[in-house]
Design a binder for this molecule. Structure first.
Ligand SMILES: C[S@@+](CC[C@H](N)C(=O)[O-])C[C@H]1O[C@@H](n2cnc3c(N)ncnc32)[C@H](O)[C@@H]1O
Length: 260
């Protein structure tokens, strides 16, 4: 089984690459609080620099964060000095059984090698009736982001490097596992919003190597892939700087365990 991806190397730049769009910062965060219920004791796994957990803490949530990366959490601690944090692997949580009312994750499970073990850990630390909430953002339709990523993956594969995500590859696999564990599943689309990106911005983001799917690609493959990507984009798009709108949805996948 591949290892998980610690984000130690990303701590210095992570916040400059991910924002929290205003509709998510307001309605998205409130929706998480509504699902977990008032006064819930929450564990945020893969809490990182606190993109989700700090807004929750600022609204008074009783939250503990954990992450493989101490460096990511050091950033969080600067933003919210009173935060309670633990360096821990999702698949070996240092918490007792029956302890939390809710476990949350956001953009984490694709990075967790032993992701099935992690789900069983979430159930173990949850109280009876507790809830696991996986928050995620999904793009709608065929965006330039998808087009650029699709060509990039084809090129890198053709250059002989098959990229492996260590964790969940398809949300359906995770839902199937949770269902098999006896969870009641529900999906809530909280809010939709539109953003604009140019093709050049998409390529530059990829070329920055700040996103985890680029980290393990050998340098020669990466450089050739990027040259090919730029050449393809030049042929494919009349104006690389034209903005392309994309609609995104903030979604909560909710799994409730009525009994343990
Ligand atoms: C993409 S970041 C997401 C951080 C935050 N949840 C957010 O939405 O911005 C993923 C985080 O998961 C952490 N991570 C990866 N594998 C993990 C594991 N097995 N156990 C705990 N944390 C893990 C990484 O170190 C990183 O901080």
């Amino acid at each position: 089984m591949p290892d998980s991806f610690s984000f130690d190397r990303a701590a210095d730049f992570y916040d400059s690459t991910r924002d929290l769009p205003e509709p998510v910062a307001t309605r998205g965060i409130q929706a998480i609080l509504d699902v977990v219920g008032p006064g819930a004791r929450i564990l945020d796994v893969g809490t990182g620099t606190g993109r989700i957990s700090v807004p929750l803490l600022k609204r008074g949530a009783d939250l503990v964060g954990c992450d493989l990366s101490a460096k990511m959490m050091a950033r969080l601690q600067v933003k919210f000095p009173a935060a309670r944090l633990a360096q821990a692997d999702a698949s070996r949580l240092p918490f007792p059984v029956n302890y939390f009312d809710a476990v949350t994750t956001c953009h984490v499970m694709h990075l967790v090698g032993p992701w099935r073990e992690a789900l069983h850990e979430y159930r173990r630390v949850l109280k009876t009736g507790g809830v696991y909430v996986n928050a995620r953002t999904e793009q709608e339709g065929e965006s330039v982001h998808e087009q650029v990523r699709f060509f990039w993956k084809l090129r890198v594969d053709a250059l002989g490097f098959v990229s492996q995500r260590p964790g969940v590859r398809d949300d359906k696999d995770m839902q199937e596992e949770l269902r098999g564990m006896g969870a009641e599943l529900k999906q809530v689309e909280v809010v939709r919003f539109t953003r604009s990106h140019s093709v050049r911005e998409e390529i530059d983001r990829l070329g920055s190597r700040k996103f985890s799917h680029t980290w393990d690609i050998p340098q020669d493959v990466f450089a050739q892939g990027l040259r090919d990507l730029r050449a393809w984009a030049g042929r494919e798009y009349a104006d690389l700087d034209a903005p392309h709108a994309v609609t995104e949805a903030f979604i909560l996948d909710i799994a409730r365990f009525r009994k343990n």
